[in-house]
Design a protein around this ligand. Structure first.
Ligand code: FRU
Length: 510
């Protein structure tokens, strides 16, 4: 029993230790994108890729498809879902601010990304310099037109900060070129189809107006404008955009193929964004304002840039493959670990059962011996005659006080019967029962109820007891004594004796 408690104690300690072990971190980061397009997809992919290098980071994405209401709803439901940090690119400056403020007021750190809000309630802001981008593009266009020409400007969504800032930078730069005229500023929404529609409509109503260059505030707007102009037969116009994405239909290859005149890399930097989020959550130092690097794409550098970006994309694809492999491997490892734990569990369980069985058996044997000797054979004649109470244990181990003369007389008689005939090696339980005027079953039940042992067990104990006394009081050999106490073979007597007293019969005398 003692061992069993030790095992249980160890097991409980182990469980407590496992319970107290420091929990692995688990960050849930909500990403609220104002839009869904190739630029956003690239950024989301980089964010996801960032999680390959960070343990315990879960991303929850939401895309508002350029709708203010949808983005507000999505931010609220991200908050409800229990995020630890919010990354948000607000569709427009004013409309999304209240939702962002709500998150911030709830204690959720907020990273405003790339588009601004009109509130100061954010933890960090990360973006490229949109004013500078517009300014450099204005400069490039003024020079490209050699200081003279007509420009059509297609803005992004009017209330979004990149549109406002790019426009300001562009206009400021063009001030230097007094003969470069902006014939119209059309308000788009960053999408290709809106740019197509508004440019087409404008051109149809301004057929006489000559346009040398269209500045689309992003590459998609520039392409939409180009489609409209080409469809209306104007193929001499130059186009500039912003975004300069890598890959097949990205801005860089459009410049290389002279579809666009120039673009400007508007960096996505999803991995840096994720790192900033984790630094904030880890409580590490971080910059409240992070500026991302960007650069012009022109015919001069498009080829080289494309080579480099293609190589990066190739490496990214390989990294993704590697990640898949690692994932597979981790999965296998996990399964293996579960199998190992199960195997160990079964082994430990079997061991415990074996120990329990062993303890149960040995405990039962000792109990039986104690019961037999203490409860019956050691009652002296005086006790029996006076009908003194006998403490016995029942078969299921319960301590019971068997009272009264009836029990005592029965025990006394049984003892007499056994002792009178125990030298008879052919003595059977039937013989004992008939000596006591009982059936074999009655005798068994009564003896068992009173002593907790069976008649055969008592008979054997009585034989061993007598043998023990004879060893001490006579100089008969062990063999002779074993026959005298009704054993058919001395070797069996020796074996039982050792079991009962823990010593060999020969050792009793010495
Ligand atoms: C992507 C995008 C880009 C643009 C930026 C402005 O959703 O429309 O094309 O440069 O957002 O915020």
């Amino acid at each position: 029993m003692k061992y069993l408690f030790n095992y249980l104690f160890l097991y409980v300690c182990m469980m407590v230790c496992i319970g107290c072990a420091p929990k692995a971190r688990h960050y849930v980061i909500g990403v609220s994108q104002c839009s869904a397009d190739i630029w956003r997809e690239k950024q989301n992919a980089e964010l996801r890729m960032g999680t390959f290098f960070q343990d315990g980071v879960e991303l929850r994405f939401a895309a508002a498809y350029d709708s203010d209401e949808r983005q507000v709803e999505q931010i609220d439901s991200l908050m409800k879902s229990g995020i630890d940090l919010l990354i948000v690119a607000p569709n427009q400056v004013a409309t999304i601010s209240p939702a962002i403020d709500r998150a911030y007021d709830q204690g959720i750190p907020v990273i405003v990304f790339e588009r601004k809000t009109n509130s100061q309630k954010f933890t960090a802001f990360m973006s490229a310099d949109n004013y500078e981008m517009g300014r450099q593009m204005g400069d490039y266009i003024g020079n490209r037109l050699k200081g003279r020409g007509q420009v059509l400007e297609v803005m992004g969504l009017k209330g979004s900060s990149p549109a406002i800032e790019r426009h300001r930078g562009f206009r400021d730069a063009l001030r230097r070129f007094e003969n470069v005229k902006v014939v119209e500023t059309l308000t788009g929404d960053w999408t290709e189809h809106t740019a197509y529609n508004i440019v087409r409509k404008w051109k149809e109503s301004h057929a006489e107006e000559h346009v040398d260059l269209v500045f689309g505030m992003n590459d998609r707007s520039a392409i939409g404008a180009r489609c409209a102009m080409m469809e209306l037969g104007d193929s001499s116009v130059l186009y500039c955009g912003i975004d300069g994405l890598p890959g097949e239909n990205g801005g860089i290859s459009l410049v290389r193929d002279s579809i666009l005149e120039a673009s400007y890399i508007y960096p996505t930097y999803g991995d840096s964004l994720l790192q900033l989020a984790i630094d904030i959550l880890d409580g590490k130092p971080y910059k409240k304002e992070v500026k991302m690097m960007s650069a012009m794409v022109t015919h001069d550098n498009a080829r080289v840039l494309l080579m480099q970006t293609d190589e990066t994309l190739r490496q990214v694809a390989r990294l993704e493959q590697l990640h898949e492999k690692v994932d597979e491997y981790i999965q296998q490892l996990h399964t293996q670990r579960v199998i190992n734990w199960l195997t160990w569990g079964v082994v430990v369980l079997m061991l415990m059962v074996a120990v329990l069985l062993y303890l149960y058996r040995t405990g039962k044997m000792t109990l039986r011996r104690e019961r037999v000797v203490n409860n019956l054979w050691n009652l002296n004649a005086e006790d029996i005659k006076t009908g003194k109470e006998a403490d016995v244990k029942t078969a299921d181990g319960e301590q019971k006080t068997v009272e009264g003369a009836v029990t005592s007389v029965f025990i006394s008689r049984f003892k007499d019967v056994v002792e009178a005939r125990l030298d008879d090696c052919n003595l059977s339980v039937e013989d004992l029962a008939s000596d006591m005027n009982l059936s074999r079953v009655q005798l068994y039940r009564k003896v068992k109820a009173v002593t907790g042992a069976s008649p055969v067990e008592l008979l054997r104990t009585a034989r061993l007891n007598r043998g023990y006394k004879l060893l001490l009081t006579t100089d008969r050999s062990v063999s002779e004594i074993s026959y005298m106490v009704g054993f058919t073979a001395p070797s069996y007597f020796t074996k039982c004796f050792k079991e009962e007293y823990g010593v060999l019969p020969g050792d009793v005398r010495s």
